[in-house]
Design a protein around this ligand. Sequence first.
Ligand code: NAD
Ligand code: DAU
Length: 351
Amino acid sequence: MKNILITGGAGFIGSHVVRLFVNKYPDYNIINLDKLTYAGNLANINDIENAPNYTFVKADICDFDKMLDIFAQYNIDGVIHLAAESHVDRSIKDPFTFAKTNVMGTLSLLQAAKHHWNGDFENRRFYHISTDEVYGSLEFDGTFFTEQTSYAPHSPYSASKASSDHFVRAFQDTFGLPTVITNCSNNYGPYQFPEKLIPLFINNIRHGKPLPVYGKGENVRDWLYVVDHARAIDVIFHNGRLGDTYNIGGFNEWTNIDLIKVIIATVDRLLGNPEGESLDLITYVTDRAGHDLRYAIDSNKLKNELGWEPSLQFEEGIQKTVAWYLENQKWMDDITSGEYETYYDSMYENR
Ligand code: NAD
Ligand code: DAU
């Protein structure tokens, strides 16, 4: 594979994948296709924008004719599909957009790949990036999501991602399209849009704003540093078994409230605030509707078959992450003006 289409490469995880592939594989042509929704930001990848093996295309994955043109124009032989609507709270307010982008957009890409490859699947691959949320929710019983866990999505976001996974498998089974799917746990790190827990709370602490903890803060998430997710995507894109699924996770479970206390302590320390000063900002608010209790990924298959493991301990990752957001205040300020503030206010006035 030489001409690699990466969708959603101006978003959080996509920007790390694009950066890794552009820098690591000078012989590949990396085509980054992104609609630049509110979540897409070219500033996330301005360090590689002039690389000779990199092209940016602004387009909507739902535009099937455009996808056909792009596959033909760049003679695409590999796809890493990350473009999606990704925020659960938004999916509760506006499920249609999630069905459109995540389901119809994925279908549009699958159809374009099928059309362009026209039955010749040698050295071709369609890699779909999915989420652990398709598996639903776990109890506090020490169990994990494995690749065999049945799908049981609860939010419109996870339902749309589950649906897209089913379409990918259907194209593999019906047309022989060479696909691979991964389901990853919560990512954290630089360039995450500040509607998600970690960057939102870092920014709010900095500005002395309330920290809205949903419910009792006892929900559990399994956190993985985003660069380790990008490393896993690299390994699986090149060596993953076709038609297969791999779970990606960090074996790193935190209750929200414990994680929030770590974030507060780290921000206060780096800003030189008195220890524990920002604990007063914790504000318990109405729970998220349908809030999944616990996610935990068993990524042993990926470790045993392809040798991937997270490279970073959580303590180091969260330290690096907080430091990055505090050092890149302009990146944050550029995003958190205008439309975002309006949206953020409207989310909370309904609670
Ligand atoms: P993000 O919201 O930060 O970025 C999504 C990107 O997709 C943006 O650049 C946006 O402009 C683009 N996009 C949205 N709609 C589009 C469309 N119609 N056409 C073209 N581009 C479009 O998301 P993220 O957190 O980086 O997640 C990326 C992928 O990884 C998603 O598929 C998500 O479901 C999956 N995932 C995310 C996490 C996580 O913790 N963030 C974990 C597991 C899986
Ligand atoms: O598990 C993978 C998923 O992780 C990805 O598929 C999603 O794209 C990604 O957004 C993320 O989903 P979550 O809903 O887990 O992430 P979020 O950052 O929105 O919330 C993390 C936890 O924190 C969750 O239990 C809800 C809670 N929360 C979140 C926000 C934004 C709060 O308590 N307060 C908040 O303000």
